[in-house]
Write a protein that binds this ligand. Sequence first.
Ligand SMILES: NC(=O)c1ccc[n+]([C@@H]2O[C@H](COP(=O)([O-])OP(=O)(O)OC[C@H]3O[C@@H](n4cnc5c(N)ncnc54)[C@H](O)[C@@H]3O)[C@@H](O)[C@H]2O)c1
Length: 344
Amino acid sequence: MKVFTVEDLAKLIEQHGFDQFMLDLMSYMKKDFSRWEEFDKSPRHAIHVDGGVIELMPVADKKHYTFKYVNGHPKNPLSGLQTVIATGQISSVANGYPLMFSEMTVLTALRTAAATVIMTDILSRKNSKTIALIGTGAQSEFQVLAHMLVRDIQEVRYYDTDPQAMQKFAKNMQDTDGLKLVACKSAEEAIDTADIVIVCTACKGHVDVILDKCIKPGMHINGLGGDCPGKTEFELAILYRGKIVVEYIPQTVIEGEIQRLSPDEIKKMIYAEYWELVTGKKPGRENNEEITIYDSVGFALEDYSALRLVYDLANKYNLGCDLNLVPPIKDPKNLISALTGNKK
Ligand SMILES: NC(=O)c1ccc[n+]([C@@H]2O[C@H](COP(=O)([O-])OP(=O)(O)OC[C@H]3O[C@@H](n4cnc5c(N)ncnc54)[C@H](O)[C@@H]3O)[C@@H](O)[C@H]2O)c1
């Protein structure tokens, strides 16, 4: 069984190229979401703990079963720890054997960026050039770099309540060709002239990170941080003005920005599930005036695509390490021989 570390992922991205990896990931995701009906799906299993949440995200088709273990602890950075940490596994459905166990913290940022820009490509105005980025933490650079693959992004207006996170973002992005970085003093200032608004803050609570008065006709909003019961980032009024797309209704009604709507409103106001836009069953943006909202919470199928791609590329580049997480025994009924070797 392959074990795939953070260092392995760094080597893979170096050899394959960041842009190519993102484009391949988007292509895997589009293919997987296009066969939505083939997957055994469920809302993720969440255990809420003091200061955070720990979740398991399984999904399977006839060939592969994957799961991700992921947490969300917004106060972790105060003690030098990351908010989101993840690991994951891909297994063969035919015999249940694990194929690869992988780091998924960096992979989550990559897959979230890929999943987001597929929606940006379908929902934002084609001439979008300016991003407002609210929250410059771990996900932020991945989001911006991925957006540059689908739109001619020339300016990023960014804001975070933590000045150090803003400095870190500016330092990481300063050498990006053709990109103007504008540090802002508030979310309102950042959103002012934006075409695309990305909100990826880690607030535990219903916090009005972006206000209704800031959102103008024609904007596309990617809401990433409202992804848990009791954790949202939009002033509620914004939802009534937007065309709302979600990944998987049974999960998003529990975790997304739409958790604050009544059941009747939810039925009326969700425009589409992700797969319906990817397959073209429903149109994306229909005019330059509408406000479009991707209410993202993160769905297991995105991790399935990411693990599938990494497994394919790990084999191609011969990366990762084969370790005996599965007992290497010749007689399948002689499990004790895994402990005693050939002695018994
Ligand atoms: N939808 C998805 O698929 C998905 C995937 C990964 C992470 N997330 C979520 O995205 C969010 C960001 O994740 P991260 O890994 O970047 O976390 P992070 O802790 O590294 O960064 C979050 C940033 O938000 C800032 N912030 C908090 N409140 C703010 C406010 N009111 N205004 C402006 N900035 C504020 C913090 O200072 C921090 O820098 C989290 O809530 C996480 O759960 C969603």
